[in-house]
Ligand binder design. Structure first.
Ligand code: NAD
Length: 466
């Protein structure tokens, strides 16, 4: 269900290809915040009291209802976000897959496990539903991130308030409609949009037993501080700045094919996108030439295949990082100029010999920019790769054995060796350091929405027991 919000507070939804509004979204008012939290608390016990099989069936119904909506939803998602229609559809399909996986996996995770008998006491570990969950979702992968929070939370028996991204409201709205169509109880899934202060007020509500947040490190810190007031545990999936090491024995054709997709897909607006290219000096020029040949043109140009950035703020931030790198001595090999077209397009950009102090090597670029550095030996490559405050994703391209060894020495929650796949439903993804804490995906992600309880009882009833 989409929670009723007051009409006086609305924000425009803008098409990033034109820069023009294509709709608006109503924002929660401060006065609505307690009501939303209480509704979630009221819906929680009924759902927690259902069997895991029932919940799994309902989540599959939700996935089916969402799947039926995809043909109509994907074009609108592409329009609000700027992703190409193919990218929009691929993300939505992954969201459906994630919901289905959550339903199946919860059946396994929710089973009690026995501990060995101890001093005549039999023991069992039970997973209770954690209670109402607040799920805060960013605009960049709104469908997959939403599914990675909603599916597991529902499967584990929790009610959920989704604070959706104002930039792409069509995705959470479609999820809410799919939830209603699947017959989920009223109040179990509420979708709201809110200004930052009201989103933070939700985090402070004592009704929530878990907060799951995906977004920037800056906002993640605010969320963690607000949640600490009620000691509400958080999962924080924050920003990334993924290094990619390319060794001199890498298959450059294969590496560039895979990396061009990982870098320029979704116009670089992915937390796991490669964003620091650390290339062995003997192959660096060759690598850059190939990357430039493989870079896509914006879809505002004939034959272009890369969408715009999502908003003007993002485009200006990306451009300022490029300008700063060039001022510091980086060589601009491709792109680097804001095109004179409507909307928020930014060209695929390759920067060579980026100096260590350049901001782009320390701040999340979140755009279609590939900064390239050269290295001499493996030790230098690892130092460069592990030098960021972020530690989310990393990649190594090289002879498989050597690349696997380097992967073992990288500080990251996920490492791709000669491949750059996205997050899969059954694999835990978690950041370290400024990339956050906790896990989403996999059994570990499901357990984030559970609360463990040890039940102990006498293994053999006493003889004088009634
Ligand atoms: P953001 O931090 O600006 O916003 C994220 C969400 O938080 C939005 O819904 C926003 O409305 C809300 N929000 C803003 N201020 C808030 C506050 N004070 N209290 C509570 N909520 C608040 O991030 P964004 O620009 O929407 O998303 C991009 C960021 O998300 C990037 O940094 C990216 O790396 C990160 N991200 C991380 C992962 C991951 O798995 N680690 C996945 C996707 C995106």
């Amino acid at each position: 269900m989409v929670t009723e919000t007051r009409r006086e507070a609305v924000t425009a939804v803008v098409d990033p290809r034109t820069g023009r509004p294509v709709g608006e979204v109503a924002l929660l008012s401060a006065a609505d915040v307690p009501r939303v939290a209480r509704t979630a608390a009221a819906a929680a016990p009924g759902w927690a009291g259902t069997t895991v099989d029932h919940r799994a069936r309902k989540i599959r119904d939700l996935a089916d209802a969402l799947a039926r909506r995809l043909p109509g939803l994907a074009p609108r998602f592409s329009q609000e976000h700027g992703k190409t229609p193919a990218e929009a559809m691929a993300e939505l399909e992954r969201a459906v897959e994630t919901l289905r996986w959550s339903a199946d996996a919860a059946l396994e995770v929710s089973r009690p496990t026995s501990l060995p008998e101890r001093g005549g006491i039999a023991r069992e570990v039970v997973v209770d539903p954690a209670g109402p969950v607040l799920a805060i979702v960013p605009w960049n992968f709104p469908a997959v991130v939403l599914a990675r929070k909603l599916g597991p939370a529902l499967a584990m028996g929790c009610s959920v308030v989704v604070k959706g991204p104002e930039e792409v409201p069509c995705v959470p709205a479609a999820m809410a409609r799919a939830a209603a169509e699947a017959g989920l109880p009223d109040g179990l899934v509420q979708v709201v949009h809110a200004a930052p202060a009201d989103a933070e007020a939700l985090v402070r509500r004592p009704e929530f037993r878990r907060v799951t947040f995906t977004g920037s490190t800056r906002v993640g810190r605010l969320v963690a501080a607000a949640a600490a007031e009620q000691l509400t545990p958080c999962v924080l999936e924050l920003g990334g700045h993924a290094p990619v090491i390319v060794t001199d024995d890498a298959d450059l054709d294969a590496a560039v094919d895979a990396l061009a997709i990982a870098k320029f897909g979704s116009t670089g607006q992915s937390c796991g996108a490669p964003s620091r290219f650390i290339v062995q000096e003997r192959v660096a020029d060759d690598f850059v030439r190939r990357l430039v040949r493989r870079a896509p043109a914006p879809d505002s140009e004939p034959g272009g295949t890369m969408g715009p950035l999502n908003n003007a703020r993002r485009r200006d931030a990306v451009h300022s990082l490029v300008e700063d790198a060039v001022r510091g001595g980086a060589r601009l090999v491709l792109g680097g100029r804001i095109p004179d077209t409507p909307g928020f397009h930014y060209p695929a950009t390759v920067l060579c010999d980026v100096p260590p102090q350049a901001r782009i090597l320390h701040e999340e670029p979140f755009g279609p920019v590939a900064p390239v550095m050269r290295y001499r030996d493996d030790a230098e490559a690892l130092t460069l790769a592990n030098s960021s405050a972020y530690a989310l994703s990393a990649y190594v391209y090289g002879e498989p054995g050597r690349a696997r060894e380097l992967a073992g020495l990288l500080d990251a929650g996920s490492v791709g060796v000669n491949c750059s796949p996205g997050a899969a439903p059954d694999a835990p993804l978690g950041g370290r350091a400024a990339s956050g804490y906790g896990y989403e995906g996999g059994v570990q992600g499901l357990l984030s929405f559970g609360a463990l309880k040890v039940v102990q009882h006498l293994a053999r009833p006493t003889s004088d027991a009634p």
